[in-house]
Ligand binder design. Structure first.
Ligand code: NAD
Ligand code: GLY
Length: 364
């Protein structure tokens, strides 16, 4: 078992990475939730069918009473109605501050569960049992929780850290390859923003990663969690450094939103956004052509999209970006690579450069 710590003083917590659920994991869950007398496992019907019994078996060994909730599947479930449904359940089942929520699933289940926990009785404990690559390497770590507003993504939420993140790599074996790919975009992101050696490892081991070689996967998941944990430990509330985790998200969020959060996966939007940001960076003389080429190539080799959906116009993407949380004083903030392993944050990208790059990437 590999272990990484998210260092946040008294709110620090471990990320445990295993090939399969173990007795030791159960013991660590028990230790992470002292005094807990009621666990509420939250998932959706797909994850429930595939992985709930394994998770319940794991949780039962803690000797705690367990209830389960299933929420609707997919990004469109990330709304306040679904969170309200969770709160109704918690009230009907007499949940108290000694109750804890368990998110079993991808980023959608994790973000909703974390937000429900953050607000119920002004904050109860929760833990993350991520089952997608994206949730293992990104969304379950760092305490960003919340839901979408019809007009903007992730704008309703709270910072609320889990008490533990418990990664069972075995759950990836049932994950559809397109979901795995979507998560891999965030893995690439971590290499570009922070660690050229890690990026090189991804370039080298791509086939082993996509064939789910356990040792390679463990290295990749641990590497990404390490990068994310380090960034979050230094800047939990995104007052500075943490913003680098938004590399690829400025354009990515806009195209995800224009697809009504349904037709484009989060990682697919991020993949296109990472290429757009790299190209912008090159046009501003902040990085060389080779950097753009390596990022584009790795995304392409992973069968992630490299161009914008053909039905979007550059103007609609630009307009949508103005609604994002990353806009300050009307200026769109971009995370731009200056090489592999390093980025800079800029809010002075000329709109014509953005439009030009978007046109070049397939927009009308
Ligand atoms: P997701 O949660 O929608 O899961 C993708 C699909 O895979 C779903 O249909 C789900 O039911 C299914 N699934 C999950 N695990 C499975 C398994 N093991 N086997 C088979 N099917 C499985 O998508 P995601 O990519 O995990 O997460 C995307 C969400 O994460 C977005 O809402 C995004 O905004 C959010 N996010 C949050 C953060 C954060 O810091 N909180 C960071 C990145 C992304
Ligand atoms: N995924 C961006 C962050 O956690 O800050």
């Amino acid at each position: 078992m590999k272990e990484i710590t998210v260092g946040l003083g008294e709110r620090s917590y471990p990320i445990l990475i295993c090939e399969t659920a173990t007795h030791e994991m159960a013991e660590r869950i028990r230790q992470a939730l002292p005094g807990c007398d009621h666990l509420i496992l939250i998932s959706n019907s797909t994850i429930g069918r595939l992985h709930a019994s394994g998770a319940i078996h794991l949780l039962e060994t803690t000797g705690t009473h367990i209830d389960t909730i299933e929420i609707p599947e997919g990004e469109t479930a990330k709304n306040t109605r679904v969170v309200n449904y969770v709160w109704d359940f918690l009230i009907e089942h007499n949940c108290t501050r000694q109750s804890a929520l368990v998110a079993l699933g991808g980023g959608v289940v994790g973000d909703i569960t974390g937000f429900a926990a953050a607000c119920y009785m002004r904050g109860i404990n929760f833990i993350q049992l991520p089952t997608t690559l994206l949730s293992m390497v990104d969304s379950s770590v760092g305490g960003k929780t919340g839901v979408n507003h019809p007009r903007a993504k992730n704008v309703i939420g709270a910072f609320w850290q889990p008490r533990l993140v418990c990664i069972n790599l075995g759950t990836l074996r049932t994950l559809p390859v397109e979901e795995f790919r979507s998560g891999f975009a965030e893995v690439i992101k971590h290499g570009v923003i922070r660690d050229s050696g890690y990026f090189e490892y991804l370039e080298e081991k791509l086939d082993a990663i996509f064939s789910l070689d356990t040792h390679t996967l463990e290295h990749v998941v641990a590497g990404s969690c390490q990068i994310k944990a380090e960034v979050v430990s230094k800047d939990e509330r995104e007052s500075g450094l943490r913003a680098i985790l938004n590399y690829g998200h400025t354009v990515g969020h806009a195209i995800e939103a224009l697809g009504d959060y349904g037709s484009i996966r989060h990682g697919e939007g991020v993949a296109v956004g990472m290429i757009a940001a790299a190209e912008i960076s090159h046009r501003m003389n902040l990085c060389d052509a080779r950097t753009v080429e390596r990022i584009t190539k790795l995304i392409e080799r992973s069968s992630l999209p490299t161009r914008l959906p053909g039905n979007l116009t550059a103007e609609s993407v630009l307009e949508r970006m103005q609604l994002d949380k990353k806009v300050r004083d009307g200026k769109v903030r971009f995370v731009l690579p200056t090489g592999i392993g390093e980025v800079t944050i800029r809010n002075d990208v000329p709109p014509e450069t953005i439009a030009d790059v978007l046109h070049g990437m397939g927009c009308e």
